[in-house]
Design a protein around this ligand. Structure first.
Ligand code: CP
Length: 313
């Protein structure tokens, strides 16, 4: 693996899931691999899990870690080619990415979408520019349209908890007071089509995700119908893709409750708004596996970094 920008960078998903589960029981087995190597964790947006678990993963592999919040701690970055930089931005990505590449062996980056410019967001300008101008591998820690480390985590978690060969997995939209990106549901939907599960998506009409990503996954507009016989329920809010970035529905009845999920395991990428997205009774029950899921962020990141380190001189 050279870069980890999206799930297409995974050669063999079953092997990578097995590797992550194996690292979980023996996290320091490859400590020599990252010796004298440094990862730079660069954030344009807030994070709890991604920041700490990726740092932990890198340290488990023997790497040093440098972290920077780019928006608050660094110069404003310019991404447009040929721009006259006489306004807010002080440094061009061409210099920034080249310079950072001299300090670190891997760049990991978080850059959320604007949710106002669909075309620009789908171009993935920030992460693609880093890939273009950096001379070291780039890892996606959630970009405008994808959160592949989260999706790998989710696949690991389902593999660990499943009670049958081909469990039923439902991705359910849930209410939220703010307009949220599509990265997590996009990557989850893509991942569920890479592993052996019976997958469907439920959301109010008008919340269809990018059809190029959801592919042939069934969409069931009736949440109760979709949740029937579910083994795993994955709740997530996202804003409208069609009316890009808008909140079209605030229907509180889409909140996940125990009555709705029945005996299914409950998953969410976190952070989650209690009693808006999901009721306390679910998160506080033993059907919720969100804490175990978050723990797997470390081993997902570690499996990916290990693959990349094999190709770093
Ligand atoms: N799930 C996730 O990416 O969490 P953070 O935003 O806290 O990193």
């Amino acid at each position: 693996m050279k870069h980890f920008l999206d799930l297409e960078d995974i050669n063999n998903i079953d092997t990578l899931i097995s590797e992550a589960i194996s690292l979980k029981s023996n996290p320091f087995s490859s400590k020599k691999l990252g010796e004298n190597k440094t990862i730079g964790l660069l954030f344009f947006n807030s994070s709890l899990r991604t920041r700490l678990s990726t740092q932990k993963a890198a340290q488990n592999l023997g790497m040093d870690v440098i972290t920077m919040n780019l928006n608050s701690d660094s110069w404003g970055l310019e991404f447009e080619d040929g721009s006259v930089m006489n306004a807010g931005t002080a440094e061009h990505i061409k210099e920034a990415a080249a310079v950072i590449s001299q300090y670190v062996d891997i760049i990991a980056l978080r850059a959320f979408p604007s949710l106002t410019d669909k075309v620009k967001d789908e171009e993935e300008q920030v992460i693609k520019s880093f890939q273009k101008y950096a001379s070291v591998p780039v890892v996606n820690m959630e970009s405008a349209t994808a959160h592949p480390l989260q999706a790998l985590t989710d696949a690991i978690t389902i593999t660990e908890f499943k009670q049958k060969k081909r469990p039923k997995v439902v991705l359910s939209w849930a209410p939220h007071p703010r307009a949220l990106p599509h990265a997590v549901p996009n990557s989850f939907a893509k991942m569920m089509q890479m592993i052996d599960v019976d997958f469907c998506i439920t959301h109010p009409e008008g919340y269809e995700l990018n059809p190029k990503i959801t592919g042939n996954a069934p969409i069931v507009y009736n949440q109760e119908e979709a949740l029937k016989n579910a083994d795993f329920v994955y709740a997530k809010n996202w804003s409208s893709y069609k009316d890009y970035g808008q909140i079209k529905c605030t229907d509180e009845s889409w909140m996940l409750t125990l009555d709705k999920i029945k005996t299914a395991k409950f998953m969410h990428c976190l952070p989650v708004r209690r009693n808006v997205v999901v009721a306390d009774e679910v998160l506080d029950s033993n059907q919720s596996i969100v804490i175990q899921q978050a723990n797997n962020r470390t081993y997902a990141a570690q499996a990916v970094l290990k693959e990349i380190l094999k190709n770093v001189a």
